[in-house]
Design a protein around this ligand. Sequence first.
Ligand SMILES: [Zn+2]
Length: 77
Amino acid sequence: MKKQTALFLGGLVVVILGYYLTHYAKPNVQVNNKTCPVSGQNVNHTDTYVHNGKEYRLCSDQCKESLSKNPGKYLGD
Ligand SMILES: [Zn+2]
C-alpha cells in the first residue's frame, strides 16, 4: 500500500469516527439526583445506573441491583 493511500484511509477513519461520535454517541444526561430512587437515602458517588440515556445516582450496589431488575417501578417510565 502506498503511503499516501494509507494516510488517506487513516484520515477517512478519523472523519467517520468523529461523525459517529458527534451524531450518535450522545453522552448520558446526568440527573444529579440527591436521593436514591430505590431507598430514598442520600446517594453515594460510586453507584450509578443509566436508564433511557439518563444517569441516576444510587446509595448502594444493592439498590443498583434492584433498579436494574425493575427500572420502571422506581423511575416511572
Ligand atoms: Zn438506594
